[in-house]
Design a binder for this molecule. Structure first.
Ligand code: UT7
Length: 301
């Protein structure tokens, strides 16, 4: 479809393969599958959920919220439901918000899902984006901790000054859909990849330092690291700067591409299933993406 090569994609990004949703599949369909699995593995019934929070930049539609569509499909009758848009940081923002409701005692059982159908908003004629982004969903059930396992520290950040670096220009209230916007391909994602790359490394390193400091931890205290999966060169540079060994770092970029909010959620599930994370491990998560937004969190698993 575009002038590119397997060699360029794998050496410049680290991506070898990725998953693309079917034509009739939307974000809520991916979210539904992930939610069913998360509920099953947490042994929680959908009826017992107090809140459903979907992190996505590819909602089924502008409104109603994808979380509401999901709530109905799951039969989570008593759950409040809303979407959260923080691009690649959506899952960590979501975990942070959900955990606050639990910490205050307001809610007991919260489902946080990151679901993206990015193939639907990628311009398949734009080689700077169409070789990178992919579809997927991951979900987690949050419940009060009985002691050992907990969120040790969280840091969330944003810089709207970089809002023009990645996004979909039309279809909102600024540039409503028109024949003109369709003709100009403004409903597709536009990205200034190179500028994002430079900021990603710097900001992810700073975010990690802040979350470690808030948890009174040093890099040596981290057992496992799940970074956002945008580019293997970004991950390598971040890991080198904080001085972690690469065998503590989880990579799914090669198999899954960049799934925005879903990247970390899916990676967490994969790492658990591959026995890469043990009970009691201190796991570091860090993300950076559109908005700009970023987040870093340390969890005792
Ligand atoms: O998910 C969070 C938000 N996104 C990010 O964090 C993305 C961060 N950025 C990146 O991962 C990288 O910037 C990209 C993978 C998007 C691009 O890699 P790059 O090394 O920054 O490439 P570039 O944009 O500087 O382009 C280098 C060259 C250009 O050609 P010339 O001008 O040197 O002749 C591009 O036209 O590579 C060309 N190019 C391609 N060539 C083959 C750009 N895309 C492609 C492609 N295939 N798909």
């Amino acid at each position: 479809m575009v002038d590119t090569s397997d060699e360029w994609i794998s050496t410049r990004t680290g991506i070898k393969e990725r998953r693309i949703a079917r034509e009739d599949e939307a974000a809520s369909d991916l979210a539904y599958e992930a939610s069913k699995k998360a509920l099953e593995s947490a042994n929680v019934r959908a009826e017992d959920l107090d809140m459903i929070l979907v992190a996505t930049i590819t909602p089924d539609m502008i409104f109603p919220a994808t979380a509401c569509i999901l709530q109905d499909r799951l039969g989570a009758k008593k759950a409040a439901a809303f979407d959260l848009e923080a691009a690649c940081s959506g899952f960590l923002y979501g975990l942070s918000i959900g955990s606050q409701f639990i910490a205050t005692g307001m809610y007991d059982t919260i489902l946080v899902i990151a679901a993206e159908a990015l193939s639907k908003i990628v311009d398949w004629q734009d080689r700077s984006t169409c070789v990178i982004f992919a579809d997927g969903a991951g979900a987690a059930v949050l419940r009060p901790s009985n002691g050992e396992s907990k969120i040790i520290s969280t840091y969330l950040g944003a810089d709207g000054g970089g809002a023009d670096l990645v996004g979909v220009p039309a279809g909102g209230s600024r540039l409503p859909a028109s024949l003109e916007t369709v003709k100009n391909r403004q409903h597709y994602m536009k990205m200034k990849g190179n500028e994002l790359f430079k900021r990603a490394v710097k900001i992810m390193v700073q975010a990690i330092e802040i979350s470690l400091e808030r948890g009174k931890l040093s890099p040596e205290d981290i057992d496992f690291f799940i970074p956002h999966q945008a580019n293997i060169r970004i991950i390598n540079a971040v890991v080198k700067r904080i001085g972690l060994s690469m065998d503590k770092v989880y990579i799914n970029l090669d198999r899954c591409g960049n799934m925005s909010a879903a990247s970390i959620a899916v990676a967490l599930d994969q790492a658990i299933k591959e026995n890469r994370i043990k009970r009691g491990d201190r796991v570091l998560f860090t993300s950076f993406g559109g908005g700009l937004t970023w987040a870093s969190m340390v969890v005792r698993f």
